[in-house]
Design a protein around this ligand. Structure first.
Ligand SMILES: Nc1ncnc2c1ncn2[C@@H]1O[C@H](COP(=O)(O)OP(=O)(O)OP(=O)(O)O)[C@@H](O)[C@H]1O
Ligand SMILES: [Mg+2]
Length: 474
């Protein structure tokens, strides 16, 4: 069978004796597979001979580009590179005496462009707006998240070396390195997508790559209401809380939508407040004009002191006359600085943290404060937390893939060394519908939070009807 006739490995035409040099009729080859719509359970099918052909062509292109001494800046110009690659591919095919239809040629060139200047087989997934996350578990297994659901993608890397090549292509332009001495890396794609890579020996079944795609359109509060993440009463309440300068911690598991919610909370901050945002990888997209965005810097291998941590930036931000400090995520000692800031006049600060319930969030905060290395008694830490945090917003990724704010919980204060929490709004899940979608409703507990006075002191007129207890279901 002709190698060219394997351009679509899904449907190989019958063998032809003269196939090697004969032009391939368009009808011999089915159109390229629709890579933009990964089928949930489709097993990746790779034709070894076609893969070999592409691999040889790729090697040839790499050689040519090396000879031509193409600079990284030139490489970044995708359109120019496409023209160059098209010329090279045509020359290669002529030399090999192979002919392709327009359709096949277009498909092959696209693959080579993805291979040479893009992220290879991941490109179609990156270009598919319905894919929100890409997870590579070694060269043979690629998963994607679509509408909150995990699906297996119908593509795979040729081998570990191919996958490593793609990882290097991501990290090299950022001046970062990934190798045995530093086998994990956090990076970002030029479009802002967040990337994490771990290579063997730490990753046991081949390199692992995770890409959280940067949403082109950030969700707004109306989207959140439409998706059933919260209801209008809760949205109104959160608006009061942010405008009323409460300190809020968004708590949730990984991928539960904490950063997205933080972005929405930040959008409620009045435009005349000066905001400093601090993140590991800038994901927040604030609409206000008066925003200073700061991003941490990882240590370059071998020179630890070049790192700038979240904690360094929180401390620094206090000297920047912020009205609000928004910290993307608290994971360690920065929690202490954040709490101190909240307790000393930087009201209205916002952050997120990994925890499964508001009570769990308190325990996490305690642990994080201990990580600051100060010898503080637990009771002192607790009163610091109770004095600083006003509201914990608990968010979860539910079984059906949706994200829900499951609790809006007031931190009331201390009683005998224990922090008192009080739910104001909760999500009450009652079951699943036949399609597997979660059924439930958001409920007001009927309690009016003590901090409502603080909100009113900020001149905000509160509609108390949002707190009216939701009637029991009949
Ligand atoms: N309310 C929502 N409804 C539907 N999808 C959402 C919602 N919030 C976030 N998402 C999607 O979920 C994914 C994860 O969101 P996000 O980055 O905000 O989560 P996270 O909790 O901050 O994750 P991590 O723990 O990795 O930092 C994104 O693809 C985002 O578009
Ligand atoms: Mg996040």
């Amino acid at each position: 069978m002709s190698i060219l006739s394997r351009l679509n490995p899904r449907e190989a035409p019958p063998a032809r004796s003269d196939a090697e040099s004969a032009p391939v009729a368009p009808e011999d080859i089915a159109p390229p597979p629709d890579r933009a719509e990964p089928a949930p359970a489709a097993a990746p099918r790779l034709d070894p001979q076609y893969e070999q052909f592409k691999s040889d062509l790729h090697r040839q292109l790499v050689e040519e580009f090396k000879k031509a001494e193409i600079s990284p800046a030139q490489m970044a110009n995708r359109e120019q590179m496409r023209q160059r690659i098209t010329t090279e591919v045509r020359t290669y095919l002529e030399r090999q005496n192979k002919k392709l239809t327009q359709n096949q040629m277009g498909f092959l060139i696209e693959e080579m462009v993805n291979e040479m200047v893009g992220l290879s087989i991941l490109e179609p997934l990156l270009n598919d707006d319905s894919v929100t996350e890409i997870m590579v578990n070694g060269p043979d297994l690629v998963f994607v998240e679509k509408k909150g659901k995990l699906l297996k993608a119908p593509c795979k890397f040729r081998n570990e070396e191919h996958l490593r090549h793609v990882i290097e292509r991501i990290v090299m332009p950022l001046g970062r390195r990934i190798d045995e001495t530093s086998p994990t890396v956090d990076a970002r794609l030029p479009d802002g997508s967040r990337v994490n890579a771990v290579i063997p020996p730490l990753a046991l079944k081949g390199s692992a790559l995770t890409i959280r795609k940067f949403a082109k359109k950030k969700l707004d509060v109306e989207d959140m209401i439409k998706f059933g993440t919260l209801d209008r009463k809760m949205a109104q309440f959160l608006n009061y809380c942010v405008k009323g300068k409460l300190n809020i911690v968004v708590s949730g598991g990984t991928g539960s939508g904490k950063t997205t919610t933080l972005n929405i909370l930040s959008s409620f901050i009045p435009h005349d407040d000066r905001i400093v945002t601090i993140e590991d990888a800038a994901e927040l997209k604030l609409q206000q004009e008066h925003v200073v965005s700061l991003e941490t810097r990882p240590a370059h291998t071998g020179s630890e002191n070049t790192a700038v941590t979240i904690r360094d930036l929180v401390r620094n931000s206090l000297r920047m006359r912020p009205d609000r400090i928004v910290v993307g995520e608290c994971r360690g000692g920065e929690a202490l600085d954040m709490l101190q800031a909240m307790n000393t006049g930087h009201d209205g600060s916002l952050t997120t943290g990994h925890a499964n319930s508001p009570r769990d969030m308190l325990a996490r905060l305690e642990t994080m404060v201990l990580m600051a290395g100060m010898d503080l008694p637990v009771s002192a830490i607790r009163s610091q937390i109770a004095g600083a945090v006003n509201l914990i917003l608990q968010q979860s990724r539910i079984r059906d893939g949706s994200r829900k704010i499951t609790q809006l919980t007031e931190v009331q204060g201390m009683e005998n060394d224990k922090i008192i929490l009080q739910d104001i709004f909760v999500y009450n899940q009652t079951g699943f519908d036949p399609s597997g979608k979660v059924i439930g409703r958001f409920e007001s507990t009927g309690l009016i939070p003590g901090f409502i006075k603080k909100i009113e002191m900020e001149g905000i007129k509160v509609d108390y009807s949002i707190f009216t207890k939701t009637e029991e279901s009949p």
